[in-house]
Design a protein around this ligand. Structure first.
Ligand code: ATP
Ligand code: MG
Length: 266
């Protein structure tokens, strides 16, 4: 069992205002979530519901206050090459070409120059950048940079790909194309994907499972399997799929879950 698992995890942050008392804020409460290789879990929720905190726990950037985060049953004690992370901002190395950015983790892993150039070229091909491999980062568009970031994350063949709103900064049309590309890359890689998104449509289109977090404190209020990404893989057109009655019904269900307990401040 190689699953990445959050088992009854709570997370609190402590903070002190000036000389005042230390305040502890509970950001996540008793969250249980598993991610298997080959699965695509999309996490959605209002701002401040703890999505990034959840990803930070899975990545091993922060430790839970209670509960356990495990990989194949073993406690996770820090970041690891088995779990690659893609952030909203591409965070590429501006002094390197696209190819050298993708090859960088392989260099760290001690892979020889010829092999890493080949593997980087192959990955850039998978994200549709075969012709841009030798461009500098500043010669690429935002969408192209984000694709370099995804290729780089996949370079070391991680078992899990953890992405925090990777498409959030892109325009609507580029974003739709990137969603389709992400599905293709996921299928080829066989990795387990945890994707955080603000878009209900994106969560439904990409996720084999969608998890909704509610805030204060962050907790899971819905965890459901959907088959839309499989239907896309089976040949149904994205636009047709997103306009299908069952897609629209699912979208309404998610929106209801996301805003269920929202109270309007007086
Ligand atoms: N390092 C930290 N110290 C203290 N509080 C934090 C820290 N990081 C996050 N928080 C708080 O935890 C809560 C959840 O934050 P988090 O970033 O996980 O939310 P999010 O769902 O990713 O929000 P967004 O959609 O805006 O990105 C917020 O109230 C935030 O202020
Ligand atoms: Mg966030």
């Amino acid at each position: 069992m190689t699953e990445l698992r959050l088992n009854n995890v709570s997370l609190s942050y402590s903070r002190r205002d000036g000389f005042g008392p230390v305040r502890s804020t509970e950001v996540l409460r008793r969250v249980s979530l598993s991610l298997a290789p080959g699965e695509f879990v999309a996490v959605i929720g209002r701002s401040g519901s703890g999505k990034t905190s959840l990803l930070n726990l899975a990545a091993g950037f922060v430790a839970p206050s209670e509960g356990r985060v495990t990989r194949a049953g073993e406690a996770i004690t820090g970041p690891g090459a088995d779990r690659a992370v893609v952030f909203q901002d591409d965070a590429l190395y501006p002094w390197l070409s696209a190819r050298d950015n993708v090859a960088f983790p392989l260099r760290l892993a001690g892979v020889g120059r010829i092999e890493r150039r080949e593997r980087a070229g192959e990955l850039l091909g998978q994200v549709g950048l075969a012709n841009e491999a030798d461009r500098q980062i500043w010669e690429l568009s935002g969408g192209q940079r984000q694709r370099v970031g995804i290729a780089r994350a996949l370079a070391a063949r991680p078992d899990f790909l953890l992405m925090d709103e990777p498409l959030g900064a892109l325009d609507a049309m580029t974003r739709e194309r990137m969603q389709e590309l992400l599905l293709g890359v996921w299928q080829v890689s066989g990795a387990g994907v945890l994707l955080i998104t603000h878009s209900v449509e994106e969560a439904l289109f990409l996720g084999t499972r969608v998890v909704v977090l509610a805030p204060h404190p962050g907790r899971i209020v819905l965890d459901r399997r959907f088959g839309f990404s499989q239907r896309f893989a089976d040949g149904e057109a994205a636009r047709v799929l997103k306009a299908a009655p069952d897609f629209i019904a699912a979208r309404e269900e998610l929106i209801t879950a996301i805003y269920a307990d929202e109270t309007v401040a007086a």
